[in-house]
Design a protein around this ligand. Structure first.
Ligand code: SF4
Length: 368
């Protein structure tokens, strides 16, 4: 394996033909039946691709069906309130993607007359749509010749061709895109792309692929050189940040307090319980003396947390503790809104809040 420039590599025509035929035969025999494979509607393809960027197919399937059930076309999505879109996204994480979907739907309504754009450059101009999603939409829906390069394709090509350029480097991305484009079957770009992604998803999997069952084993660099577990290469290790959240479930009889998260932070525009965040772990004695907790306690002792959990996100680990307090009518909770407990189900909340409710207040859980 050595550093390579795209211009150094030429895929011979007979290699490409054999590659495409092998891939095609394998795909026909092994492809999974997925609802978004049955459509050429760019809107539905777009929704499925964004959902699948952050979840496994089994979980994504339910979200897709529910999302499409409520927002069957781009206008229904554009005309919905953002809170409702977030509610249907609840549990999937990466909520900026749901906000971007909503924004992009508004752009399609306002700038493209409500019709999903067909040109690759117009699709790429939509908020939240990058090279990968634009290639998927344009090739699946319109048969346009754009190769899709997702994590599955990186893995498959890196092992097959023995490429150790980091997949998260600029030069690596350029090289893999070039190779995927070279190998693209121009007679059927959409199906070819789906086959490439499926190959990485169910055959050339990240850990312990069944190479002896693989139709590419006889020409696979990694298998031949016993370095399957060393490819693909990544350059950056993700740094994680520890955060400490103390949430307060503040009841006043039949009501409780929630607040909307604002600012550029995780879970923007979702709702949560009143929160005290610290950079380091703190105990109940510290919290009891911190404002506004001291005010909420009204002279009482802070009870032990009703629920504690370490919640792992892609770039941060949140150590969350949930405290339950009944507060009197005299106490105000600044920045929060008072709602009836049964109304909570209509507000979009993070997976973390959902886990707390599941554990301590299942009676308040929503239907989603
Ligand atoms: S032989 Fe193994 S490593 Fe090579 S492409 Fe097939 S599954 Fe992937």
């Amino acid at each position: 394996m050595q550093k390579q420039e795209p211009s150094d590599i030429l895929i011979p025509a007979d290699y490409k033909q054999e590659f495409c035929e092998t891939l095609w035969v394998w795909f026909e025999e092994n492809k999974r039946a997925l609802p978004w494979r049955e459509t050429d509607d760019p809107y539905r393809i777009w929704i499925s691709e964004i959902i699948l960027q952050q979840t496994r197919v089994a979980q994504g399937f339910d979200y897709y069906v529910r999302f499409i059930g409520r927002f069957p076309d781009v206008l229904s999505l554009a005309e919905a309130e953002e809170d409702e879109v977030l509610k249907y996204w609840q549990g999937l994480g990466y909520y900026s993607r749901a906000r971007n979907l909503h924004q992009a739907a508004l752009t399609i309504k306002n700038q493209f007359g409500g019709k999903f754009p067909e040109l690759h450059k117009d699709v790429l101009s939509l908020k939240g749509v990058g090279d990968y999603t634009a290639a998927a939409i344009c090739s699946f829906a319109y048969g346009a010749p754009y190769a899709v390069v997702d994590g599955n394709v990186y893995r498959f090509l890196s092992r097959l061709l023995g490429i150790d350029d980091p997949i998260d480097s600029v030069s690596g991305k350029k090289l893999f895109s070039y190779l995927a484009q070279q190998l693209l079957d121009l007679k059927s770009p959409g199906l070819h792309n789906q086959a490439m992604m499926e190959m990485g998803a169910i055959q050339c999997v990240a850990v312990s692929p069944s190479c002896t069952q693989c139709p590419f084993a006889n020409r696979c660099y990694a298998y031949y050189n016993a370095c399957v577990d060393q490819l693909p290469v990544k350059m950056h290790k993700t740094k994680t940040r520890a955060r400490y959240f103390a949430y307060f479930f503040l009841s006043k009889g039949e009501t409780l307090y929630i607040q909307k998260r604002i600012g550029n932070d995780v879970w923007k525009n979702l709702y949560e319980l009143p929160l005290v965040e610290t950079d380091t772990p703190v105990d109940e004695a510290f919290l009891s003396n911190a404002e506004p907790v001291k005010k909420w306690l009204e002279g009482r002792v802070l009870p032990s947390p009703a629920y504690q959990i370490k919640h792992v996100l892609s770039h941060q680990v949140i150590h969350a503790s949930f405290y339950e307090l009944e507060i009197s009518g005299e106490v105000s909770v600044e920045g929060a809104r008072e709602i009836r407990k049964e109304e909570l189900e209509s507000y979009p909340v993070s997976r973390l809040i959902h886990l707390f409710l599941e554990h301590c207040h299942p009676e308040l859980l929503d239907v989603y």
